[in-house]
Design a binder for this molecule. Structure first.
Ligand SMILES: NC(=O)c1ccc[n+]([C@@H]2O[C@H](COP(=O)([O-])OP(=O)(O)OC[C@H]3O[C@@H](n4cnc5c(N)ncnc54)[C@H](OP(=O)(O)O)[C@@H]3O)[C@@H](O)[C@H]2O)c1
Length: 248
C-alpha cells in the first residue's frame, strides 16, 4: 500500500465488493479506495482481472482479493469469514456481480435460469445473510445492490435477467425498511446502459457515445455512503437520455 487518499467518514471502514474485476465493480473499488476503505474483492472467475483491481486499490488502501464462484454458497460463507479474520469486521457490502442474458424465452434452459438467478439474486441473498451479524456491529453499516433499469421494465430477450433484477430490487426495498431501525441503510442503484464488458461483448457494434460510464455509478455509490442521513433511499434510477433500451 502506498499513500492513502483523503480522510473521510469511510476511511478505515471495511468493504466487501463483488464483481470487481472490471466495469462498474472496478470503478467502485477504485473510487472507495481513495477514501482508504479496507477492501475485500469477493468472487470472480477471471483472476487476472481481479488482481489488476487489487493492484489499483492497493495504491491507496489495504485489499484482499478472493476469486471464486458466487453461485457457490460455501464460497460466500468462507469468503466472508476470511474478510472478517483479515480486517476485523464488515461495514459496507456492495452486491455488484451479475450476469445478463440475450436469449429468446423459449430457448432459456432450466440450467441458464438457475445460473442467472443464482448470481443475480441468490448470491446477494447469501452474502447479505452472511454479513448481517457483522454489519450490526458497525457504527454506520450500509448495503448497496446494483440492480438495473430492467428491474422496472421488460425488454425482449431479457426475460430471466429482468425477473432476476425485479427480484433483487424487491428484496432491497424490503430490507431497506426491515433493517432501518437497526441502522443498516440498504440501497439499490438501477442503471441503464453502462459502457462495460457486459455491453461490449453482447453489442460490439455500440460505442461509448450516450452510454453511462462506470465512474458515474461509482460516484453515486460514494454519494450514498458519504451522505448518509435519515432518509430511506431505497432506489436510485439512472437513465440514458433519449435512448431506447437495448440491453440492460
Ligand atoms: N453494463 C450495463 O449496462 C449494466 C446496466 C445495469 C446494471 N448492470 C449491472 O451492473 C453489475 C456489474 O456489471 P458490469 O456492467 O460492470 O459488467 P461486467 O464487467 O461483466 O461485470 C460483471 C461482474 O460479475 C462477475 N461475475 C459474474 N458471474 C459471477 C459468478 N458466478 N461468480 C463471481 N463473479 C461473477 C464477473 O466476474 P468474472 O467475469 O471474473 O467471473 C464480473 O466481474 C451487474 O450486476 C449488472 O447486471 C449493468
Amino acid at each position: 500500500m502506498k499513500g492513502r487518499g483523503m480522510e473521510t467518514r469511510l476511511s478505515g471502514k471495511v468493504l466487501i465488493l463483488t464483481g470487481a474485476g472490471g466495469g462498474i465493480g472496478r470503478a467502485v473499488a477504485e473510487k472507495l479506495a481513495g477514501h482508504g476503505m479496507k477492501t475485500v474483492l469477493l468472487g470472480g472467475k477471471n483472476e487476472r482481472k481481479l488482481d489488476e483491481t487489487r493492484a489499483a486499490v492497493e495504491k491507496c488502501a489495504p485489499c484482499l482479493a478472493l476469486p471464486g464462484d458466487l453461485t457457490d454458497p460455501g464460497f460466500i460463507a468462507s469468503g466472508v469469514a476470511e474478510a472478517v479474520r483479515t480486517f476485523g469486521g464488515i461495514d459496507v457490502l456492495i452486491n455488484n456481480a451479475g450476469a445478463a442474458q440475450s436469449t429468446p424465452f423459449s430457448k432459456v434452459s432450466l440450467a441458464e435460469f438457475d445460473r442467472l438467478m443464482a448470481i443475480n439474486v441468490r448470491a446477494p441473498f447469501c452474502l447479505t445473510q452472511a454479513c448481517l451479524e457483522h454489519l450490526r456491529r458497525s457504527a454506520e453499516p450500509s448495503i448497496v445492490n446494483i440492480c438495473s433499469v430492467v428491474a422496472h421494465a421488460g425488454y425482449p430477450l431479457q426475460s430471466i435477467y429482468a425477473a432476476s433484477k425485479h427480484a433483487l430490487l424487491g428484496m432491497t426495498k424490503s430490507l431497506a425498511r426491515e433493517y432501518y431501525e437497526e441502522n443498516i441503510r440498504v440501497h439499490a442503484i438501477c442503471p441503464g446502459g453502462v459502457y462495460t464488458d457486459m455491453v461490449k461483448l453482447s453489442r460490439p457494434d455500440l460505442g461509448p457515445e450516450g452510454m453511462i460510464m462506470p465512474e458515474e455509478i461509482a460516484d453515486i455509490v460514494e454519494f450514498l455512503l458519504l451522505r448518509r442521513g435519515s432518509a430511506v433511499i431505497d432506489e436510485i434510477l439512472v437513465h440514458r437520455v433519449n435512448k431506447e433500451p437495448f440491453l440492460v
